[in-house]
Design a binder for this molecule. Sequence first.
Ligand code: FAD
Length: 299
Amino acid sequence: MNLFDHLVVAFLPLTPKPVIAYFAKPYIAGATLDEGADCVRRLNAENTMATIDVLGEDVFTRDEAIAAREECKRVLAKITQQKLDSNISLKLTQLGLKIDKTFCQANVEEIVASAKTAGNFVRIDMEDHTVTDDTLEVFRAVKNKYDNVGIVIQAYLKRSEEDVRHLAAERANVRLCKGIYVEPAEIAFKGRREVQQNYVRLLKILLEAGSYVGIATHDDILLSSARQIVMDLKLTPQQYEFQMLLGVRPERRRELVSEGHRMRVYTPYGSHWYAYSVRRLKENPSMAGHVFKAILGFK
Ligand SMILES: Cc1cc2nc3c(=O)[nH]c(=O)nc-3n(C[C@H](O)[C@H](O)[C@H](O)COP(=O)(O)OP(=O)(O)OC[C@H]3O[C@@H](n4cnc5c(N)ncnc54)[C@H](O)[C@@H]3O)c2cc1C
């Protein structure tokens, strides 16, 4: 990223919401569950699975957390009714983690129990480092009761190798990503190469131990390494899946599907689109200039 891009990215939070909404459109399935389900149907028609995310995070009232829990249960019901090939991803701060951990855990358990009845699966997303321990703790507590739940590990965190070794020993179902939050250098790798190297190290540990891994990346270097590891370990396509975000590198995604890999697309919908959209725009290498021109009214 050049200096200009860095500046635009720094000013994204000050960008008018309609501008953010316009540029973030490809990353969001829509405002309603029906729009989310339509998007999943289109993905399924391309031989691609989905994981639906009800947009939202950092709720501070019990009512909001309960509303999010109920919406997640509606998502699961919709998946079953419409025979969609999708599971669901959750953010624990949307389900009350910052209000009361026990309350949050009960909400997650209710969703995971619903999913279990429907023969479905729940992925717990990973948020910033202030909630990593609590997220892992809630995951473990729920996993002790249900087998249809998985977690996310971020390769940029220095602690992740230790976390992964424990998860691999439990043969947990793990989505491995680089990580999206801005974290301090004391706890996180900052260099692109360092993060890639750690990603590959963690992926090997998990796959060699027999964990099912959601290989979540759009990075060509990581995609090549992952395909090599999968080949070296002689894994079948049922032992792992690739995962990408809605709106990011769809052509690369289709190539992986045509090579015979399983692919799942993270499909967010809902009215709380803002924080997610800013994170996506910050990662889009070509977006900064477009956003800047739009703010200034240039064509
Ligand atoms: C399915 C899925 C689930 C995720 N869940 C979590 C989670 O729970 N917690 C968490 O912290 N992070 C999560 N992430 C985000 C992840 O940590 C990264 O921030 C994100 O995937 C970008 O990293 P990358 O590996 O694709 O590499 P990058 O180097 O960032 O991207 C590689 C290439 O992909 C393209 N690209 C990437 N992002 C964009 C974009 N927004 N717009 C346009 N092009 C883009 C560019 O061509 C870029 O050069 C998830 C990612 C995926 C795919």
